[in-house]
Write a protein that binds this ligand. Structure first.
Ligand SMILES: [Zn+2]
Length: 172
């Protein structure tokens, strides 16, 4: 059984709530609903022509937490994004969020172990790939792409180690 790491080196959270605060599309008609309980950004495109939420609301663009340029203010800011791209193979993850294939993601919604996306979330939380080596005694873990289809005990220890090394930046 995996423990949630609460209290490990003063890890301050008992849970990490996830809220969806915005949808970004090229055309509003792509979203087949009309309610506006979650912000919809239609036609806001980045330099490559991909839809995105308001940059003023994004943590990647405002790492100091200044949400004064976010139309909905602090409550509507986002810390990471999930970018679904038609025909995209594999995945990518980083400090701004994750990018995976739209067909893969929507096709795997019912799966217990949708492993590509959680692997990319691992990158968002600072974990590395293991393309050229595996740690002694380990073979099968999520961040070793293809090595596991779910978060393993070893993945959680990597995150604990990451926190152990960075906690002093946050006053712990
Ligand atoms: Zn990776």
């Amino acid at each position: 059984m995996l423990d949630d790491g609460t209290g490990h080196h003063a890890w301050p959270y008992t849970s990490v709530p996830v809220s969806i605060v915005g949808w970004a599309v090229k055309n509003r008609a792509t979203l087949q609903w009309t309610d506006s309980s979650v912000d919809v950004y239609a036609g806001v495109l980045d330099g490559s022509g991909a839809p995105r939420c308001a940059p003023g609301c994004g943590r990647f663009f405002h790492q100091n937490g200044d949400w004064s340029k976010c139309p909905g203010g602090a409550a509507r800011h986002y810390d990471q994004s999930l970018w679904l791209t038609e025909g995209f193979q594999g995945g990518a993850g980083g400090d701004c969020g994750q990018r995976v294939g739209q067909e893969y993601f929507t096709g795997a919604l019912g799966q217990k172990d949708m492993h590509i996306h959680p692997h990319e979330v691992g990158h968002t939380f600072g974990l590395d790939d293991f393309y050229d080596w595996t740690p002694p005694g380990q073979c099968c873990f999520l961040m070793n792409a293809g090595g596991a289809t779910h978060i393993t005990e070893f993945d959680t220890w990597m995150l604990r180690d990451f926190w152990r090394r960075l906690k002093n930046r946050y006053g712990y």
